[in-house]
Design a protein. Sequence first.
Length: 303
Amino acid sequence: MTVSISALHPVFVGEVSHVDLRAPVGPGTCREIARALDRFAVLVFRDQPLTDDQQIAFSRLFGSIETALGSIRENQKTRLGNRLLAEVSNLDANGKIRTASDPWRLMQRANQLWHTDSSFKRVPGKISFLSAHELPPAGGETEFADLRAAYDALEAATKEQIEDLVAEHSVFHSRALLGYTDFTDEQRLAFPPVPQSLVRLHPGSGRKTLYLASHASHIIGWPVDQGRALLKELTEFSTQPRFVYQHHWRLNDLVVWDNRCTLHRALPYDDVSYRRDMRRTTVEDIAPTLQQDRGWVCSGRSV
């Protein structure tokens, strides 16, 4: 099949048509999608009523799927029952809307901060796939920011200043920003802080990109307050309207994005009254950012 792409934003984001992801995706189509993702960084697939297994199968074409963060909650029943699926919802293990006092609600609310998936892991997230199973009547949009375009727009002096900087990332830093600190010692040991390059070369497009997020705590080797001020300044610069696309979800949308060169965040909705059931898979990157090789992997083959 021939994949068709329509641009949804002046600098990134494409809508894909003429593909049904419920059927096996052949190597040729996979390469077309990979090339489109290199170009657009965010791809929207409409009308894809995928089962969990179909979403996992499509995701696996692009690499190894990471274990979802929610799996760190030992001895707690999960609704989806699959460690490869991250539940981005307001539903509890029994499929009911979480109560207003449920502490995991605050953990999920961190999705409203600008972030890139799993930058707090030694090998961070490469590509994420988010499928819409239930939607509220209003709100709950997702915004994306193109960090390649943001980098391109920086002044030359700023590019020179940040070229070799390394930031420390931690999931506990981002959650603490919202007051969520309910982690066990074992969980903290499972996700120690990790160093990540602040500027990366995006392999698919050959463009330089910023790499930052709410998980980024400070700049290694800098006074903490100065590093945090720089990260805040860069994040605010990168999330100007000219770099941002807001996705208005439709039922059965699948949105795929490259975590190596984008930020994203969820917008709020009435999560006490209405259900929102989104399911995410994330493919791991090929190495820590400080020792990156280059090249796409699609069905185990470079493309």
